[in-house]
Ligand binder design. Sequence first.
Ligand SMILES: Cc1cc2nc3c(=O)[nH]c(=O)nc-3n(C[C@H](O)[C@H](O)[C@H](O)COP(=O)(O)OP(=O)(O)OC[C@H]3O[C@@H](n4cnc5c(N)ncnc54)[C@H](O)[C@@H]3O)c2cc1C
Length: 543
Amino acid sequence: MAAGLTIPLGGRPSVGAGLWLQGGIGHLMRLYGLACDAIVGAVVVSVASAQTLCVGHVPEEDQPMGAIRPEDEDDLLWAIRGAGTNFGVVVSVTFKADRAPTYRVRNWLVSLSGDVDARLSLKNLDQKVASRLPRTSSVDAYLYFDTDKMRLAVTMFECATVDCLSEASAALPTLASTIFGQEDSVTMVDGLGMFETEMYMSKMHGGHGGGKTSAFKRCLFLQDIGVVDVADLLVSALRKRPSQLCYLHLLHGGGAVGDVAADGTAFGCRNWNFACVVTGVWPRQQDDTAAARAAIHWVYSIAHELLPLSSGAYAADLGPDPRDAVLATKAFGPNLPRLSRLKRSLDPANVLAYACPLPKVPAKPSPIILVTGEHGAGKDYCAGVWVTEVIAGLHKGFTARAVSISEAIKRDYAAASGADLNSLLQNRAYKERHRETLTNFYYDQVQRQPRLPQQHFLRVVHSAANVDVLFITGMTDEAPVAQLSHLVPDSKLLELLGAVGVGVESIEVLVVAEFPIHRGRELLRQSGFGRVSVQSLLVFGNA
Ligand SMILES: Cc1cc2nc3c(=O)[nH]c(=O)nc-3n(C[C@H](O)[C@H](O)[C@H](O)COP(=O)(O)OP(=O)(O)OC[C@H]3O[C@@H](n4cnc5c(N)ncnc54)[C@H](O)[C@@H]3O)c2cc1C
């Protein structure tokens, strides 16, 4: 990497590939995003086939001889960015680099007079400092005990490169000083020097944990650390610590972390302002003793208490331990169903069994119904009606959804042309005015990215992975079932034409997805389809 560039890695220098493959929370995340967001390509050895795979952008000199591009390349790259320890052995990754700033680092060591003071300090940190910082700055904190006194160690990192400085960031250290008092230290450092200015390394428990220690951590994502129930829980958690060395580390998120859509990468949890790392620490000579077990028990019990107040759990280091199971259900945001399906195809024998557990995909195939037909035939309208009918007619808990596949291209078109996305999605007259340019835009995009239709299809399918029956409208592809079924081997892909403008005279055989309550075949015969052979390919219940 050229001098002057950086990638947003973690807060300490001592961790390896597990960090960037599972997320990567660090001082630069508010400015540049998570470490996994910077991954643009990878070389992976498949645990299903033992083949070497290249995905995304891998410089030619880094491509091993004989490496191939897998059919599910987009899926694998997506999965590596946040759940990358679950799908193969990652030999190398290619990162996108950003400009390396220098930093002004300010440290405050605040003695807390008691629980009320601790809760107030957390509230001030959250509401008066953190929430007002521009994304070029961040403020982290440690809540811990030192010689029986509760303390808050606060570190503010300000990007000090000239074009990062703003009036807002200049005013905030002063505000922080009125809350926390005079800074204990102010230092100018580069990215490497920053590791040493960190409070844990420099101040807490005599610096670097006071010497030789072992630690166990679990991390929850919190939106507000200052609200009463969260602040109460954090302070009482510390009171229950089994040893003096245990602490809570609060890392400031937001900013660029939230710029990526929750389903944009496997990481999934994007909506949080603080990552709370519950850290159990014990002297290394007490490894495997009751003291170590008590610290680990404390970490789990606090993590489980925080979980309902959190917006998710960090998947890093969650594994087959039963105490991780409930945390794992809150990892990866909305992406668990898609990750489960990928796990089944990319690691069918569960070779990587020690990675964050993913729920098993139910074996039953779910139907995906493509609603195709002439322009203006009422495909969206019909799909909406069928969704209501399916939900009303079937047993409780059964779900159905209609999604237009054209939504993705409308988004791209709106971004490229300045057209209004909401009107494109909802206003028929407005959509008609843009129809021709939108169609040309789509074909132009497909020429540049031939796999775009498949990507859009998979995106829609994955976005509705929990749905029992999915209706997809807005398709213009010819013979979509033949083109797309291999992408969804776990589902039954059907095309529905009849009710959307295909006349009875052009039909010989009609295949329906049938629900008992609607008496579908009978209804079709009564509606003029008497001479057509009506068959049910897919029957729900006892029709
Ligand atoms: C002291 C310390 C500080 C930390 N600070 C941060 C931080 O600032 N930000 C943050 O986000 N996290 C942080 N963490 C958490 C850290 O991201 C995880 O512990 C992570 O799993 C460490 O990865 P590793 O490769 O070093 O560890 P390992 O234990 O070697 O690996 C962890 C997991 O990744 C898998 N793995 C490793 N390499 C590969 C590969 N090449 N291909 C496929 N799977 C692989 C392993 O099988 C294992 O399941 C910290 C952890 C510690 C101990």
